[in-house]
Design a binder for this molecule. Structure first.
Ligand SMILES: [Zn+2]
Length: 330
């Protein structure tokens, strides 16, 4: 849904609330605590009283939006803005568009990304697959006294300017900037072997992608990702000649392509995953100037979600549905 459709469909807060209620309960509200259908009429504040357990609840009680104080209409508008933007929406933009404080907009962005991540967990890939890694620098959080977080110390993350420079130079031109000689001859320190954060991805040609931030890219780490997301009996995996993939034929039918010699041989290439990396990097450079290591997985989730839903119109409804998933009441 675009913004005009949203404002037409949900002219006021009640219409927005009812939309969430339909997705959570169907026609009739159920108690968010005991599940009873024996509940009173809607109160003025849109809460309901349960006649069974005597508690009051609203549509967001014990859902992933449990602690929100924002109007639900604001959430619907934000879902529409975020799903509509291919490259992502920065907290600054969201702040301007919906008129909330920066901190609120920032938290909403991450909540929305966490709703997107729910979908990503259910992916299973098969067919002709391409697997590859890319490297993204992270900007660490700086504290008031000028020191940086432990994350920065642990990973020695380059400064933002360096990182953008690197990504612009390395990321946008996909034939460079990685650890294998064909890609890194201009600057051998770039890519594998540097202190940037690896993101590893697997894409099914004409299908879905998954990607995760990983600390290391050894065979053991890469194998875990395959085991988690790939139907190994029904797939062929194409990679480059990075040593982490050397033993892949032990777990899956595996073709590697030597990028020192050529990039594609009779359709054997890693072009699809490279295209996905280009989207990720453009988004991170263009929209999210300050991505810290801590939140990098959330941004990656957003790009995975959007890539996998690129031909569908129901991203918006998926977010509404996911936001109404119930969480434990403990
Ligand atoms: Zn109850």
């Amino acid at each position: 849904m675009n913004l005009i459709e949203i404002t037409n469909s949900f002219p006021d807060e009640l219409s927005a609330i009812k939309h969430f209620e339909r997705l959570r309960w169907g026609k009739k509200p159920k108690c968010a605590y005991c599940g009873s259908e024996n509940i009173g009429v809607r109160n003025a504040d849109h809460r309901f009283n349960c006649k069974n357990c005597n508690k009051t609840f609203s549509v967001t009680t014990n859902t992933l939006l449990h602690d929100t104080r924002l109007p639900l209409k604001t959430w619907l508008i934000s879902f529409a803005i975020v799903t509509d933007a291919k490259k992502g929406v920065s907290a600054k933009q969201l702040e301007r568009n919906i008129g909330v404080h920066y901190e609120t907009a920032w938290a909403m962005g991450h909540k929305i990304r966490s709703l997107m991540a729910i979908e990503n967990k259910e992916i299973e890939l098969s067919g002709i697959l391409e697997m590859d890694e890319t490297y993204v620098g992270g900007k660490p959080r700086k504290f008031n006294d000028g020191t940086t977080s432990d994350v920065r110390k642990a990973y020695k993350i380059p400064q933002l300017d360096e990182r953008i420079h690197d990504l612009k130079e390395a990321g946008m031109k996909l034939k460079r900037g990685r650890g294998n000689p064909a890609k890194s001859d201009i600057n051998p320190k770039r890519g594998r072997g540097t202190s940037k954060i690896p993101v590893v991805g697997i894409v099914s040609r004409n299908g879905d992608v998954i990607a995760e931030v990983m600390k290391k890219t050894t065979y053991t780490d890469l194998k875990k990702l395959v085991n988690k997301y790939v139907d190994k009996n029904d797939s062929v995996m194409i990679t480059d000649e990075y040593t982490g993939y050397n033993r892949f034929s032990e777990i899956i039918e595996h073709i590697s392509i030597d990028h020192q010699k050529l990039y594609s041989y009779k359709g054997v290439n890693t072009n699809s995953i490279e295209s996905f990396w280009a989207i990720v990097k453009r988004g991170i450079i263009g929209q999210y100037h300050q991505v810290s290591l801590k939140y990098l997985p959330n941004y990656v989730s957003e790009f995975v979600f959007k890539y996998n839903n690129r031909n569908q119109d129901d991203m918006f409804e998926t977010l509404v549905k996911n936001s109404m998933k119930t969480v434990s009441t403990n």
